[in-house]
Design a protein around this ligand. Structure first.
Ligand SMILES: [Zn+2]
Ligand SMILES: [Zn+2]
Length: 94
């Protein structure tokens, strides 16, 4: 259980959530049932959302073969088992 966002304990652990808005860890406001709610900095390593995983690029339409598979015509690269997605940084041949 990580300390509340904005609390001194969280800050000591690298929290980057708003401090004043979270009343130093007491919460920004409370739900009707009393559950404290906090402002979360998405860049916070403790409370922020984990960086979304980049989905692998999808092959574009190959007009030569008439398929949506990687091949030499849409930026695919030859791998050990055939054409596969290009390495990071390439979005397919133009
Ligand atoms: Zn935080
Ligand atoms: Zn093709």
């Amino acid at each position: 259980m990580s300390p509340n966002p904005g609390s001194d304990e969280a800050l000591a652990a690298g929290c980057r959530c708003p401090v004043l808005d979270n009343a130093h860890g007491r919460g920004a406001y409370r739900e009707p049932d009393g559950t404290p709610q906090f402002w979360i900095n998405s860049d916070c390593p403790l409370h922020g959302a984990a960086s979304p995983v980049e989905p692998p690029p999808a092959p574009g339409w190959c007009v030569v073969h008439g398929h949506y598979k990687w091949c030499e015509h849409n930026g695919g690269v030859m791998g050990p088992t055939g054409y596969e997605a290009p390495a990071d940084g390439r979005k397919g041949a133009t």
